[in-house]
Ligand binder design. Structure first.
Ligand code: NAP
Length: 325
């Protein structure tokens, strides 16, 4: 038997329960991983609360982990038992000692990347890879606005943008988070809980405004984000930490300056094993060069997954959070 976190009803963190299960054997094309570390992501909270529906209940939770291949299903050729691996996509259930998932979602870890780092950065780092290198392939010299710049995704984005020669203006909710984002390479920060964001962007850019806005906050920031863009610039809405953006009148893109808008996801970019490996190699190269460092600011035992989620939801965390089985 092995431990896993599951939920039978959507709701607050109290719906999460630690149960004993027998780890499922991998079917054709699948692999079972013995987790050494598990990544905690805001998307896990969307599934727990029901904003994103789980395919069935009771359900496991989490999509990110790192560990050792423990068993292989038929037809898996790119992995072998004992390989050090990580994953960031696939069926819910990573909050567990063992997780069985499609082998195509699993990447082999370079020796230089330890399990804790891999679990803390695969999902968030692949997200930054597609946001900065694919959704809008930044060349250097652009000015971008990136919300929640001291969080998990934000901390990686600040460092990667600096390396690309991009001026990243990061929004944060406290002076401590501002200092952290600036240490990570943000060109400037704005406290979006106190300051007029569009006005500050106008001052910082000498009236030019931004080439791209990356908005994971959603409901609270959608409109102010549009106000921070140059004419014909790109709005990337990629999350809902304050609630989903809904009821959008597409005419607003015209009113705010013939803007472009996209709502991307990691699954839409890492949709084949080839693309996943290309993106992971890009991330691992950034880690190995030391240009991006992963700040694991919170570690919790697996059984405290609910407490860990509460801290993230209450904006009390910075950098990445992992769970240890
Ligand atoms: N589409 C994709 O492919 C994709 C992939 C990964 C992540 N995401 C999104 O990226 C965002 C960041 O994910 P993460 O796991 O790295 O989390 P995180 O950034 O570590 O935590 C979320 C941060 O959002 C900010 N925030 C603003 N309003 C909030 C509110 N009402 N409630 C809670 N937090 C609020 C907080 O920073 P401040 O205190 O500084 O405001 C908080 O620390 C999430 O929205 C997530 O869904 C999207």
């Amino acid at each position: 038997m092995a431990k896993r976190i599951q939920f039978a009803h959507t709701g607050g963190s109290e719906v999460l329960e630690l149960v004993d299960v027998s780890p499922s054997d991998p079917g054709p094309g699948e692999v079972r991983v013995k987790n050494e570390a598990i990544g905690l992501n805001f998307i896990d909270i969307y599934f727990r609360t029901g904003l994103y529906p789980a395919p069935s209940l009771p359900s496991g939770l989490g999509t990110e982990g790192a560990g050792v291949v423990d068993a292989l299903g038929e037809g898996v050729t790119h992995l072998k038992t004992g390989d050090r691996v990580a994953y960031a996509q696939g069926p819910l259930g990573a909050y567990a000692e063992y997780h069985t998932l499609p082998a195509d979602k699993v990447v082999v870890l370079p020796d230089s990347v330890d399990f804790d780092t891999a679990a803390a950065c695969l999902l968030k780092g692949l997200t930054v890879q597609y946001l900065l290198r694919q959704t809008c392939p930044l060349k250097g010299g652009e000015t971008i606005l990136f919300h929640a710049a001291a969080g998990g995704v934000g901390s990686i984005a600040c460092q990667w943008a600096r390396e690309l020669g991009v001026k990243l203006i990061g929004t944060v909710s406290s002076p401590e988070k501002a200092a952290l984002a600036e240490k990570n390479g943000a060109w400037a920060t704005i406290d979006y809980t106190r300051e007029d964001v569009a006005e500050r962007v106008r001052e910082l850019t000498g009236g030019e405004m931004c080439d791209v806005v990356y908005d994971s906050v959603g409901k609270d920031t959608w409109e102010l984000s549009l106000d921070c863009l140059k004419p014909r610039a790109l709005m990337v809405s990629f999350g809902n930490s304050s609630g989903p953006v809904d009821g959008v009148n597409i005419g607003i893109l015209n009113q705010k300056g013939s803007l472009f808008a996209t709502r991307p996801s990691l699954n839409g970019y890492a949709d084949t094993r080839e693309r996943l490996e290309m993106m992971a190699n890009d991330l691992f190269t950034m880690l190995e060069s030391g240009k991006v460092k992963i700040d694991i600011a919170q570690r919790y035992p697996l059984e405290e997954a609910g407490k860990a989620q509460d801290a993230v939801q209450a904006r009390k965390t910075t950098g990445s959070t992992i769970l240890l089985p």
